[in-house]
Design a protein around this ligand. Structure first.
Ligand SMILES: [Zn+2]
Length: 419
């Protein structure tokens, strides 16, 4: 896909340099000291010292469930189970009544709102089971095409039929979904299977057979001894899938013994796995029923940072049975991850910004190719109403301009042609 020519002048970069940033034909062409000479007709945007970042990327969402909360709240579902089970049951019943068109229309609106907040890359899971069949995945693949001018959307097949991996109609359906043109990854949820290790191996084998990336919900539970993540890391190396595996949640790592967390985080780093922390949903969902002291659900961002592992921070659910709040604001979510994870040093603050910009985008690209402000990267940028990059998470600035392949698609600043 092509793009536009734009120079953003006088921007403050994350490392505090003042720079001109040139996007040519939709791709990052150069980052130079102010005064860059560009061809006539190139659009110009005066940053006036504002902070310019690579646009945000949301590595883990569920666009097929987004904004289904009102329908969910009218359902009579027993409340005596863990919240995650109640949410799953509510979701199961809501999705029976939703058409492909309803899923598509809502998801398109949600992507528009994410773009307005500076996000131009989104990976979404799509439930596939015998009740919804391929409706959700087909709807989201269509959304992917429809919003291509605004954002890169990747679709992960999420098998939601219990026992699907053991064969029969359910496995055939997952195979069919995995074969659909445009599907990026195969997912699943290890904690919903009685044998999380066997489950992991089944997903990896199926993904490899279809040439797909892997994007699993791993250890989304309150049990500090359920540490499937270690096996995910070991298997990833064994099968040579480094850079192609994303592990979402990894909640139990957050309550594991310190020595276990350090050992596993090192293996995760060696396996090139990207761990996705999702503080908003997990603070709400986990630890609400059962043992004391209550757990808080988010993974151990601190141990992962210290091990040099790849960490992304993502939205997960937005106004659905799993999470009644959440608007997909990744700066807000990064700040929350820093607070819950107790990561607040200047280096941590920089890592948290990376966790919503370059890291998720690299994970979506299989850790290949240019990202961020490197020449050749997609010309997707976000200009923020702030001049001090160290205050991004504290100040929560507005979006002056959201730039998609060199074209301003949202924000209050406008590009003027240069004459
Ligand atoms: Zn999820």
């Amino acid at each position: 896909m092509g793009g536009s020519d734009l120079v953003v002048r006088g921007a403050t970069l994350l490392d505090r340099r003042c720079a001109d940033v040139w996007v040519r034909g939709g791709a990052l062409a150069a980052v130079t000291p102010p005064g860059l000479d560009v061809p006539e007709g190139t659009g110009e945007l005066d940053a006036a010292g504002r902070v310019l970042l690579p646009a945000f990327a949301d590595l883990h969402t569920h666009l097929d469930k987004a904004r289904t909360l009102p329908a969910a709240e009218s359902l009579d579902v027993p409340r005596d189970e863990a919240r995650i089970r109640v949410a799953a049951e509510r979701t199961r019943r809501i999705k029976l009544g939703r058409t492909e068109e309803q899923v598509r229309a809502t998801a398109v609106r949600v992507v528009g709102d994410l773009v307005a907040r500076g996000t131009t890359a989104v990976r979404t899971h799509a439930d596939v089971d015998l009740s919804v069949g391929l409706r959700g995945v087909r709807a989201l693949l269509d959304v992917r095409r429809r919003v291509a001018d605004l954002a890169d959307v990747q679709v992960t097949v999420l098998p939601t039929e219990p026992g699907w991996r053991h064969g029969g109609e359910a496995l055939a359906l997952i195979e069919e979904a995995a074969s659909l043109d445009g599907v990026q990854a195969l997912g699943g949820a290890t904690s919903f299977d009685p044998d999380p290790v066997g489950y992991t191996d089944a997903v990896l084998a199926l993904a490899r057979r279809h040439g797909l990336d892997v994007d699993l919900h791993v250890d989304e539970c309150d049990d500090p001894t359920e540490l499937t993540l270690e096996h995910v890391a070991e298997r990833t190396i064994e099968v040579g899938y480094e850079g192609r595996v994303v592990a979402g949640h990894c909640s139990s790592l957050g309550i594991a013994r310190t020595s276990d967390a350090a050992r596993i985080a090192a293996k995760v780093a060696a396996a090139g796995i990207t761990v996705v922390a999702m503080p908003l949903t997990n603070l709400y969902l986990l630890g609400a029923v059962g043992g004391e002291p209550r757990t808080r659900g988010m993974t151990n961002v601190r141990a992962l940072f210290e091990a040099g592992a790849r960490v992304a921070v993502a939205s997960d659910n937005m106004e659905d049975p799993f999470m009644p709040f959440g608007c997909g604001d990744l700066l807000q979510t990064a700040a929350l991850a820093g607070a819950v994870g107790q990561c607040g040093s200047p280096l941590d603050r920089r890592r948290l910004v990376d966790a919503v910009t370059v890291v998720p985008r690299q994970a979506m690209a299989g850790w290949r190719g240019a990202v961020g402000l490197e020449p050749g990267a997609t010309g997707d940028l976000v200009l923020l109403d702030l001049d001090d990059p160290d205050r991004l998470l504290a100040a929560q600035p507005g979006r002056a301009a959201v730039i998609r392949r060199g074209r301003i698609v949202a924000g209050h600043a406008a590009a003027a042609p240069r004459w």
